[in-house]
Design a protein around this ligand. Structure first.
Ligand code: FAD
Length: 451
């Protein structure tokens, strides 16, 4: 079986690993248009905070990792188009400008996304940056260390924007996050949790300009300010982290695309072209909790999809559908550690799913344990009001309770109800948790059985 993979990031990497592991003698080639193979943007904050060995170590894999398993990895090779009838890809070697044709039995697209530019004037000004990929990581690092950069404006209060804000605040810069939504991280966490976090940002020197519409960027050659519906904010550097554009312009007319440019896939992650599959940020996966297709830009999602595709790639009509994902994810910010899975108020409304929710606050350990190390924990459970089926949730604390969200994700995947979670057999050890585990307690509270 000869497989061509487009894109050497999470989806492409996982596809290659699975193919080379599962199919003896598989002929696998990854084409990647970038010149550096598989920079790990997920590790960018660690790099910016000087917590990694070297920028070139922040990667998913080195070409030789795949080559020693028998695969081929071609950097600076852009796939320009494909012909599904002839089963050919046309590829341009960006180093030499040579264009050649390669053949495939199966084609896997993991072409990902690019940060979206703001639809306002001034985006071409100097010092308007994005936060994705190695080249931007190096440019951001230079600005972090540059004493002339005093005012940093981050546009977008999602995970990436928050990571950028924390890094610059810790470097002593004056940071402002601007977003049109009303709550920082409001697309990921419900209001009970964002209300706890908002003052933490302010306390750590990050101003929040929320519910603000950006009307333009100002400056002659370099950016000097961001104009918003609430006034102008001074900026020596602007980090734009407000959405993404799928890398699919080259696929127009080759495969069916969604309204916003993502690659349309069926229940088996097949595109509209025969023997062409798509995974990763460039598709809209099924959300297990809402049973709708929504954007989930996560490496973990891309890898699950790739594993599924490769497992079924030999069958023209696979027997098992891709189950879907929950968008389970986590982040730390200014000492707080939080994680979410499934539906929250934002994503439920977007998918037109009615949810009920319950917010639970407690201490990590029994009350007789002294305050140091006995911090507050917060749990939000979202569920179907009638059936009590769990549909989503969030956990947060200054102690690391994020792994609890994986348990909750399993509960959702298994179709569990609040009643079942309330009695699930979790351990107790007073040095580690409560007589009942925090998820038991949160479910009991949601049922109105405890406080
Ligand atoms: P991408 O990573 O977008 O890569 C696509 C690749 O395809 C690119 O290298 C591109 O050059 C190449 N390509 C595109 N078109 C062509 C073509 N025509 N020919 C050849 N090559 C092509 N996710 C998590 O799960 N956890 C995290 O902690 C996390 N942190 C993140 C932090 C940051 C700052 C960012 C930006 C993202 C983070 N993510 C995280 C998201 C994660 O990086 C993405 O979900 C993941 O990279 C998606 O992988 P992908 O394979 O779909 O595509």
């Amino acid at each position: 079986m000869k497989v061509v993979i487009v894109g050497a990031s999470h989806g492409g990497h996982q596809s290659a690993l699975e193919l080379l592991d599962k199919y003896e003698g598989a002929d696998v080639t990854i084409y990647e248009k970038g010149d550096f193979i598989s920079f790990l943007s997920c590790g960018m904050q660690l790099f910016l905070e000087d917590k990694v060995t070297d920028v070139d170590d922040v990667r998913n894999f080195r070409p030789e990792d795949i080559e020693k398993r028998g695969g081929k990895v071609k950097a600076q090779h852009e796939v320009l188009t494909f012909d599904a009838t002839k089963k050919e890809v046309t590829v341009k070697n960006l180093a030499t400008d040579d264009v050649f044709v390669d053949t495939y039995d199966k084609l896997i697209l993991s072409s990902g996304v690019t940060p979206a530019a703001l639809p306002v004037v001034g985006t071409e000004l100097e010092n308007v940056f994005f936060m994705r990929g190695r080249a931007w990581a190096l440019k951001i690092k230079e600005k972090l260390e540059n004493k002339d950069v005093k005012n940093v404006v981050v546009i977008g209060s999602g995970y990436i924007g928050v990571e950028a804000a924390e890094v610059f605040a810790e470097a002593g810069k004056k940071v402002t996050i601007i977003d049109m939504i009303d709550d920082v991280l409001g697309n990921y966490l419900d209001k009970e949790l964002t209300d706890i976090l908002a003052p933490v940002f302010e306390k750590n020197g990050v101003a929040l300009e929320l519910g603000a519409k950006i009307t333009g960027l100002t400056g002659d050659t370099a950016v000097t300010g961001v104009e918003t519906s609430n006034g102008t904010i001074a900026a020596d550097l602007v980090i734009v982290a407000a959405g993404v554009t799928p890398n699919t312009a080259w696929l127009k007319g080759l495969v069916d695309l969604e309204e916003r440019g993502q690659i349309k896939v069926d229940d088996y992650l097949r595109t509209s072209a025969k023997d062409v599959y798509a995974v990763g940020d460039a598709i809209l996966p099924l959300n297990l909790a809402s049973q709708t297709h929504t954007p989930v830009a996560l490496a973990s999602t891309a890898r699950r999809e790739a594993r599924y595709v490769v497992r079924n790639i030999e069958n023209n009509v696979p027997t098992e559908k891709f189950r879907g994902v929950l968008g389970t994810s986590a982040l730390t910010v200014f000492g707080y550690k939080f994680a979410m899975t499934g539906l929250n108020n934002f994503s439920a409304a977007r998918s037109d799913v009615k949810i009920a929710g319950h917010f639970f606050k407690d201490t990590l350990r029994p009350t007789f344990v002294k305050n140091d190390g006995n911090t507050d924990i917060f749990v939000k459970l979202n569920f179907d009001e009638t059936t009590h089926k769990i549909l989503g949730g969030q956990v947060m604390s200054t102690y690391d309770v994020t792994a609890q969200i994986n348990t909750l994700a399993l509960a959702i995947t298994a179709g569990m109800t609040l009643e079942e979670l309330a009695e699930a057999d979790f351990f107790f050890q007073p040095g580690l948790d409560r007589q009942w585990s925090m998820l038991n307690l949160a479910a009991q509270a949601a049922l109105g059985e405890t406080k």
